[in-house]
Design a protein around this ligand. Sequence first.
Ligand code: NAD
Ligand code: DAU
Length: 343
Amino acid sequence: MRMKILVTGGAGFIGSNFIRYVLKKHPDYEIVNLDALTYAGNLDNLRDAEEQAGSGPVSRYRFIKGDIGDAALVSRILADGIEAIVNFAAESHVDRSIDNAGVFIRTNVLGTQVLLEAALRLRVQRFIQISTDEVYGSLGATGKFVETTPLSPNSPYSASKASADLLARSYFETFNLPVIITRCSNNYGPFQFPEKLIPLFITNALSDQSLPLYGDGLNVRDWIHVEDHCCAIDLVLRHGRAGEVYNIGGNCEMTNREITRTILQELGKPETLIRFVKDRPGHDRRYAIDCSKLCQELGWAQKYDFKTGMHNTVTWYLDNREWWARVKSGEYMEFYKRWYGDR
Ligand code: NAD
Ligand code: DAU
């Protein structure tokens, strides 16, 4: 069955991996990628996907530079036969939301509302809101997040994502817009912007720079390879039930210290590179996801174990030094100096 999908934020980490995944898996799908190309958006992430999709009028892929908050632009795009929206577009970095929250509200909350409204008016048949496990807040030593866990966001980033979830839910309840929300745990893999823990520490270690570990380094995250996340979203898009929430997780709880040691071992670098720094304010202690609903209802299963996934990821950063050296510059380095300078 052919489908024409609007992917927003498709030039970022997960969005670009999703576009590559869908173009390969579904030869009859068409994708329009709407992305504002913020510091995190990079068309280099999609060069191979563009080639795969062909060029000219027969191409199954089209890029449009623009903001999801631009109602007129979004309506024009949807009017051109879009059947489904997968909304990845967001400000995604917790530390930046502590540094400056305004743009998180503009994109993650107001931008999502613009998309929902346009989807309603133009009768889009499927709206997948890509959310995060961070909306649930922090866990103690035991237990896992389930889809009915109350929302308790602790950072401006997670508060903006929780707000978007509530808006998405309201468009289903009030207007019957076929919305589905996915909440995934921490992703890793190729093309992740090197501000996030794993690519930051890989690229710093490759440059023999220190690895700034927050607090005691014992915060726990549940890691999933980005391709497994993309596979889950594809299943939700095709078979998920409207109005539902689906958790997505990696069954892989690790402390930040364990992650750091894995990276240093993979690269043969010394532990003396680790620098314990002042903690992130409001730092959630532990995340763990129960994704049995996704497995039982939609038949999702993970392909990557953490060891293989991390080995492939470290190798990817070793092989793509040019890619990360280019993005680890300019505005990002100004943020880096400001954020880590006094820690
Ligand atoms: P990213 O920062 O790598 O990419 C975000 C993309 O959105 C960029 O290409 C950027 O240019 C684009 N964008 C930002 N503002 C925009 C706007 N106003 N209009 C159009 N495009 C805009 O983020 P990511 O890590 O790929 O995350 C993608 C989505 O998945 C986000 O919604 C995030 O909340 C969610 N998520 C991420 C993770 C993770 O571990 N990275 C886990 C769970 C959920
Ligand atoms: O859980 C899903 C979320 O995962 C997504 O919604 C977010 O978009 C994504 O950024 C990620 O959020 P985290 O805050 O968990 O990811 P980050 O890579 O920033 O941090 C992971 C852990 O590592 C966290 O406990 C903080 C710690 N950390 C991070 C950085 C950048 C450090 O100790 N030092 C660092 O320099």
